[in-house]
Design a protein around this ligand. Sequence first.
Ligand code: GTP
Ligand code: MG
Length: 370
Amino acid sequence: PETITIQELANRMSERGVDVIRLLMRQGQMHKITDVIDADTAQLIAEELGHTVRRVAESDVEEGLFSADDVDEVKLPRPPVVTIMGHVDHGKTSLLDALRKTTVVSGEAGGITQHIGAYQVTSPLGGKITIIDTPGHAAFTSMRARGAKVTDIVVLVVAADDGVMPQTIEAIDHARAAGVPLIVAINKIDKPSADPQRVRNELLRHEVVVESMGGETLEFEVSAKAGTNLDKLLEGLQLQSEILDLRANPDRSAEGNVIEAKLDRGRGPVATVLVDRGTLRVGDIVVAGCEWGRVRALVADNGSQIKEAGPSVPAEVLGFNGTPEAGDRVAVVENEARAREITDFRTRQRREKLAARGAGAGRSLADMMR
Ligand code: GTP
Ligand code: MG
């Protein structure tokens, strides 16, 4: 049964707790401010105080959307999801680019990454590795924080000619907060001014102890430009992921995260989705945040159309009715009615939250019973 504390009820009505307690007392109920009352009682009180009550049970709407974790027996090994982080201009995109052997950097406005892209590469040992590039510009800090949530391993790129900088430290903190192992890529070692030992010493000051200094953090001296040691870095990533023993059940309806989303002139809303369990298929009905749609097409990182995307396989999803937001959780639902119910509810909830903020603290009772 739904309940609410008297304090919370009073807060949501912008009423004083004592007035709620007095009303309850008049009805023969003795309560302290911290007591829990049931939803029916709360509604009576609210109406008596002149508030309009709409009872919305989030549990009714969101129930079963994201199911419990799968049992180990049905889980199969999945590729690691690796996020490349580091200070501005230390070579994140160049590194990813070199790993993919394509040219993303030259096509970008001003050479600054404006979005999170996700791609899959193959290590020399044969394993697949999913890599996410995150923007290095300070303005994109929050987006990067989201990047860390979907990641298994962080590659910390530090330019050997520049050393540890504010966003290097930020990336270390993100990885720590997410409980994700770091692999250090000391980049730009082709430069005459490169000083990799200085990078190691500076990392030590932030309690990142690399292998050559007696620690456990794998480190590689690389050059994205010259292509130095990139195979070693990929091998290191695969070995690290084998230690983590990453698994997911591919044989269930898909759940995942929106890595980026945009409104494309020709194709409509396009969301880059990274599935973390299950398999996403063309024809599936998906919800993400306040948006839903029927998957019209799935596009792989190389631009080819695919029929399905399993765990750790990044894919662009076409068919959303609106553009979801980066960081939105994605789930497949059984039918359009269900998708509408969920997204209508969320849209209403968002609108009411905004209205409540606009109208002053707690005037809206809309989500009183959550
Ligand atoms: P933001 O996305 O803006 O944070 O930058 P980024 O970290 O992705 O750096 P990016 O890959 O755009 O590289 C920044 C500059 O460093 C570019 O001019 C690259 O050509 C250069 N660069 C990257 N890697 C190397 C390298 O290994 N050696 C040398 N010499 N230059 C490099
Ligand atoms: Mg970049």
